[in-house]
Write a protein that binds this ligand. Structure first.
Ligand SMILES: [Zn+2]
Length: 323
């Protein structure tokens, strides 16, 4: 409209110089155009109808099944069973392994990151990570990690369901079930995130890192009392985008009441300059009492929380695609 106003000559707007019959025609065209325009505007304002939704009940069932394997620490039989379970759920998908042996203070362990790739039309990759191992030092404590390990494995399986057999009109999305996120003794830079460190190094060497537009970690996202912290060890614009997506879904009250840095699978990527966000609820029970405790069980979780995080992240992907 500004351009039209600028195109005035001799103090008269261009349309004032037109013969009246032509003006009428233009008015009609204008009216039709405005009508179409308002319909487009109406469609935009009812965009809520197109917001993505995961099948949260199914995701919750996955969490239950994963947790039912029992402790799934590195090197365990249950860990192998879970690897098979994940791969079986990715039949027909493009799946890749990043497998190696980790040399740790507790000995050598086989580590296996499982990657499912969903190609898009845009040049660039959105990566979503979630760990599937449980805590090694708690292997004999009855710790089953429903939230810590279970919920992250499950939500990624549900993302795969949402991405499968759909044409992606956006960036490629890679889902990574990371292994060895947990420390085998005490959390340090060298005793933690074994899988993520290996993958970040590998992707730095082969040039993949440069193609990553955004990397988001899902961790402990099933807590029925869901409050995702704003993790300052992340790209501010990506953290803001996640919040915008949550707002669009009407879930913003579950995001960012607290903020602070976190150590998780994103760190090796964050340290290499990849735009990251660690989506974690690190306030699990009063004073985080259920965290790394045998009390991390299914009864503390809700499908609603999986819905909130699942929908928000799918919407974030949608917003990323438009950037
Ligand atoms: Zn943990």
């Amino acid at each position: 409209m500004k351009k039209v106003a600028n195109s005035t000559a001799g103090g008269q707007a261009w349309f004032q110089k037109l013969p009246s019959y032509l003006w009428l025609k233009i008015s009609l065209v204008l009216a039709v155009t405005l009508a179409i325009g308002s319909r487009v505007a109406a469609a935009a304002s009812t965009d809520n109808a197109q917001l993505p939704h995961i099948d949260a009940k199914r995701a919750f069932e996955y969490t239950r099944e994963v947790t039912a394997f029992g402790p799934r620490y590195m090197g365990s039989e249950n860990h192998k069973k879970l690897e098979r379970y994940i791969v079986e759920h990715l039949k027909g998908d493009e799946v890749e392994d990043d497998a190696f042996t980790a040399d740790t203070v507790e000995g050598k362990f086989p580590v296996r990151n499982i990657i499912a790739k969903f190609p898009g039309t845009k040049d660039g990759i959105i990566v979503i990570l979630g760990h599937y191992d449980t805590v090694y030092p708690l292997r004999n404590s009855g710790f089953v990690g429903a939230n810590d390990g279970g919920s992250s494995t499950a939500i990624l399986l549900e993302y795969a369901n949402q991405l499968r057999k759909k044409k992606r009109d956006g960036y490629s999305v890679w889902l990574v079930w990371t292994d060895g996120e947990e420390a085998v003794r005490h959390w340090t830079n060298t005793d933690s995130v074994y899988g993520a460190r290996h993958l970040a190094e590998k992707w730095e060497k082969d040039g993949t890192l440069k193609k990553i537009k955004a990397l988001m970690v899902m961790d402990m996202i099933g807590d029925a009392d869901l409050d995702i912290a704003r993790n300052t060890k992340g790209a501010p614009w990506l953290l803001d985008l996640i919040y915008s997506a949550a707002e669009r879904e009407g879930y913003q009250s579950h995001f960012y009441a607290q903020e602070g840095p976190s150590e998780d699978d994103h760190v090796p990527f964050f340290d290499r300059g990849v735009p990251c966000a660690d989506v974690i609820d690190f306030d699990y029970g009063y004073n985080n009492v259920f965290w790394h405790s045998p009390q991390d069980t299914m009864d503390k979780l809700s499908s609603k929380s999986l819905q909130i995080v699942g929908d928000t992240i799918l919407e974030t992907i949608h917003l990323l695609d438009q950037r």
